[in-house]
Design a protein. Structure first.
Length: 86
């Protein structure tokens, strides 16, 4: 996040990695781990198809992004709710 210049937006940090909860219909179904070098991994056995992570609750506008860092950047620049897909 430091390298990209964005804030963690509520995700947790464990052993130096971002831990992002992946949800389907509001329930956590997996976790995504992003290492400082950008390596991305998912929880073994977790369901990711159809999953998402959201930043802020949507009102009239929601922005869909490909990844967490892009979503965090869009949220910080616009203030709009963001959902990133997996």
């Amino acid at each position: 996040m430091k390298r990209k210049g964005t804030k963690p937006q509520g995700v947790k940090l464990s052993e130096g990695k971002l831990v992002i909860p992946i949800r389907i219909k509001g329930d956590i179904c997996s976790l995504q781990f992003i290492a400082p070098d950008g390596d991305k991994r998912f929880l073994s056995g977790g369901q990711i198809t159809g999953g998402y992570f959201s930043i802020e609750k949507p009102n009239d506008i929601i922005c869909i992004t490909e990844g967490f860092a892009t979503g965090a950047s869009v949220y910080e620049a616009t203030g709009y709710a963001v959902c990133h897909k997996n």
